[in-house]
Design a protein around this ligand. Structure first.
Ligand code: GLN
Length: 446
């Protein structure tokens, strides 16, 4: 039935890079058989899942939205893929994304431009735009995305679905193609909070293959799901409702905050003073780490190799010049510059210090408040083409999301209404490992 939906809508939405119909139907039949034979099946038995194309899937292409990995087939499954397979989910395809997850609109993909199912002239957000659009467009009930600086929450907001960025270390990064390793996390998309909680329960947990994975017990987030916010205290950071935020988006979010008050929660305004530096800090740290992580794409070890070269240096240069797109090259150059001798202290080291201060802003807020609430994105989904030639204005769409990644805390985006048919997302930020709490708060909006 989902493939029927895909046949009807995929030509308009373009959410997928690869569809895996034959394999998916075979898996589905096996699960049917298991059920017919009264064999035990997993938590996600028979549920189709779309997977972002930077998450390794054995035997299925993993392109990362890039020409340099156009024909790359991973020899192993990412830990999250192993986990969903173990629970009998069905992978129905790999979704479109900004190249190497660098972008906020899915327009930097080498392959195609994904459209927002609510308005086909607009972007679905990014970089996990394909995964968000697939769920919003009824091409999949669940999907996996990844976050380095908002790439699950911003597209969730733009597409009117739920998206969660887990605490750093909660979900294994093994098999996620690295962008900025100190920030990267995989996150679930779903059409409602309960489904998000279910998928998160499957994904979370310690993995010895990821050295930053935190040793914790597995949790069933659906069991404790409730919308009792009575007596909770919420903070509205004034920096998240200030300059650069669309007045109508702000009003919609404040309207939604009234719902929490009505249910007996206390809401106060606070200040997170280092917010001002979050974007600059994020773009220095993430590009620095990216410049190092992407050094492995050299035409020797993986994927694309240039046809014409005279010697080894030229092989590297031509492969990378031809294989990477503009945005990826821009990030590699920015990161290489920030890490270079003479500039390292001024940029990279300074950014690391600011990162600590941003984290302390959050630590202080969570001493007093259960969660921080804000819009997820400062603006409504914009038109395709509107920002692609203006990187700085594109980077501005991350202004409300990147601090969460820098601090390593968790956050969820939940739909809180529409403006002219375009969805608005409400962001709920929680302290480290408070996923259950933010899911419960989000649950009040269902
Ligand atoms: N839009 C941000 C960037 O371009 C975030 C990307 C991400 O979270 N993967 O870096």
């Amino acid at each position: 039935s989902y493939y029927k939906n895909i046949e009807e809508t995929e030509k308009d939405i373009d959410a997928f890079i690869t569809l895996t119909k034959d394999e998916a139907l075979r898996t589905a039949r096996n699960i049917d058989e298991k059920i017919a034979n009264n064999e035990e099946v997993g938590l996600l038995a028979g549920i189709p899942i779309a997977v972002k194309d930077n998450i390794a899937t054995r035997g299925i292409k993993t392109t990362c939205g890039s020409k340099i990995l156009e024909n790359f087939v991973s020899p192993y499954d990412a830990t999250v893929v192993e986990k969903i397979k173990r629970e009998d989910a069905i992978i129905i395809g790999k979704t479109n994304m900004d190249e190497f997850a660098m972008g906020s609109s899915t327009e930097t993909s080498y392959f195609k431009k994904t459209k927002n199912p609510h308005d086909l002239e607009r972007v679905p957000g990014g970089s996990s735009g394909g995964s968000a659009a697939a769920v919003a467009g009824f091409e999949a009930p669940l999907s996996l995305g990844s976050e380095t600086g908002g790439s699950v929450r911003e597209p969730a907001s733009f597409c009117g679905v739920v998206g969660l960025k887990p605490t750093y270390g909660l979900i294994s990064r093994y098999g996620l193609i690295a962008f900025a390793s100190s920030l990267d996390q995989i996150g679930p998309f779903a059409r409602n909070v309960e489904d998000t909680a279910l998928l998160l329960s499957v994904l979370a947990g310690y993995d010895e293959k990821d050295s930053t994975s935190v040793e914790n017990k597995s949790i069933d987030y659906t069991k404790e799901l409730n919308s009792n916010v009575k007596g909770m205290k919420f903070a509205l950071p004034k920096e998240y409702f200030g300059e650069g935020i669309d007045e109508k988006v702000k009003a919609k979010v404040l309207e939604a905050v009234e719902v929490l008050k009505g249910l007996g929660a206390e809401v106060e305004e606070i200040s997170l003073p280092y917010t001002e530096y979050a974007l600059s800090c994020y773009y220095i740290i993430s590009t620095s780490e990216a410049s190092s992580n992407l050094a492995r794409f050299d035409g020797i070890r993986y994927g694309y190799r240039a046809e014409n070269y005279k010697d080894l240096d030229e092989l590297y240069i031509n492969t990378r010049s031809e294989g990477f797109g503009e945005e990826v090259k821009r990030r590699i150059m920015l990161g290489t510059f920030a890490l270079s001798s003479g500039y390292y202290d001024a940029y990279y080291n300074k950014a690391q210090k600011i990162r600590t201060l941003i984290k302390r802003d959050f630590d202080k807020a969570f001493e007093k408040y259960d969660a921080i609430i804000s819009p997820t994105a400062p603006i409504l989904p914009f038109k395709i083409g509107e920002k692609i030639n203006d990187p700085l204005s594109m980077y501005m769409s991350d202004i409300l999301t990147v601090s969460v990644n820098l601090a390593g805390v968790c956050a969820i985006s939940v739909p809180c209404g529409n403006l002219n048919g375009l969805p608005v997302g409400l962001q709920i930020i929680g302290d480290r490992f408070k996923e259950q709490k933010i899911l419960n708060i989000a649950y009040t909006y269902e």
